[in-house]
Design a protein around this ligand. Structure first.
Ligand SMILES: C[S@@+](CC[C@H](N)C(=O)[O-])C[C@H]1O[C@@H](n2cnc3c(N)ncnc32)[C@H](O)[C@@H]1O
Length: 305
């Protein structure tokens, strides 16, 4: 799929989420609390940032909760239904409509507020929930655009779904991580020396699948006719690799901050839902090494020199 077709499928996927996304993922009692917004709020306070750009801002889900004194907020998003909702919500906080525009993180020009000449840079740029929808060869492009959008001394925070969490989930994602990233099945198959080795490898891989709940998690479908989250490109990232890409993009002091911890593998949550949620929240610590495996998301954070 080329980038234009991919972006069309993503826009379609999110087209029905504009007015329900914040209620479903930030306010609902069943949703995990938005601990990532707290991490960003702390970074904004510590750095005393005066301007913030949210690339892929959705319905201003984070921007509306980052209503800090002396912080000017800006955002853009690929999906018109998202930008319309972001403008509507932020207007109630006196943020001008012109601070929200449509654009793609794949285009350098999207990082400039339309009509501003020369384009300003920002003290901080955040990007949450977008990288899963970016094809792998463009990760560096996106990290470079984020870096170019901040002023010298400013910082970038880019969220990704944690690929290594699959080592803890014991489900379909685990089987995929084992086979594609760790074992690297296709390359291993090429090195089998005769048909009986090849057959034995196939049997071993079938047995491997039996170690995991291959029926979980359920596929997320769309609300109406549109494709669901698991029916469009929705990648995970290896924190070690993404930190390397961030450095390649020119960021320094790069670190990964982990969030959305799971006190037990999520397939066990139905056995003790309340304790599971309570203990998971109690684990939240962005710099705990266990986050590499027990947190489903991370933020790669770095400074522009
Ligand atoms: C999971 S939502 C996250 C929204 C918001 N950042 C948050 O964290 O609550 C992902 C958002 O990324 C947007 N998006 C996806 N691909 C994008 C791209 N290439 N450029 C800009 N936004 C994009 C979608 O339209 C959607 O609003």
């Amino acid at each position: 799929m080329n980038n234009a077709d991919l972006e069309q499928s993503i826009r379609h996927c999110y087209s029905t989420w504009g007015d329900r996304y914040y209620a479903d993922y930030y306010q609902s009692k069943t949703a995990y609390p938005p601990v990532h917004t707290d991490i960003i709020r702390d970074l904004l306070r510590q750095s005393e940032a005066k301007t913030l750009l949210d690339a892929g801002c959705g319905p201003a889900s984070m921007l509306r909760d980052l209503d800090l004194p002396n912080l000017e907020r800006f955002g853009f998003d690929l999906t018109p239904e998202m930008t319309a909702e972001a403008r509507r919500v932020l207007a109630t906080q006196n943020v001008p409509d012109s601070h929200i525009w449509e654009g793609s993180v794949l285009e350098a020009s999207s990082f400039q507020q339309p009509g501003m000449s020369p384009p300003p840079t920002f003290d901080a740029v955040i990007c949450f929930g977008v990288l899963p929808h970016i094809p792998a060869p463009s990760d560096l492009t996106v990290l470079t655009h984020l870096t170019d959008a901040v002023s010298s001394g400013g910082w970038v925070a880019c969220e990704a779904r944690n690929q290594l969490f699959a080592l803890f989930t014991l489900n379909r994602y685990s089987a995929d991580l084992f086979k594609t990233q760790l074992i690297q099945v296709e390359a291993l198959r090429q090195r089998m020396q005769n048909p009986s080795e090849e057959l034995a490898l196939d049997q071993a891989l079938e047995e491997l699948d039996q170690r995991f709940r291959m029926d979980l998690p359920p596929l997320r479908k769309g609300y109406e006719q549109e494709p669901g989250y698991d029916e469009v490109l929705s990648r995970t990232h290896n924190p070690f690799e993404l930190a390397a890409v961030a450095r390649q993009a020119g960021l320094v002091e790069v670190q990964c901050l982990f969030y959305h911890y799971h006190a037990l593998p999520p397939i066990l949550e139905p056995l003790l839902p309340q304790a599971f949620r309570r203990e998971s929240i109690a684990m939240e610590n962005p710099t705990d090494w266990r986050g590499h495996f027990m947190a489903s998301a991370f933020i790669v954070v770095g400074k522009r020199p």
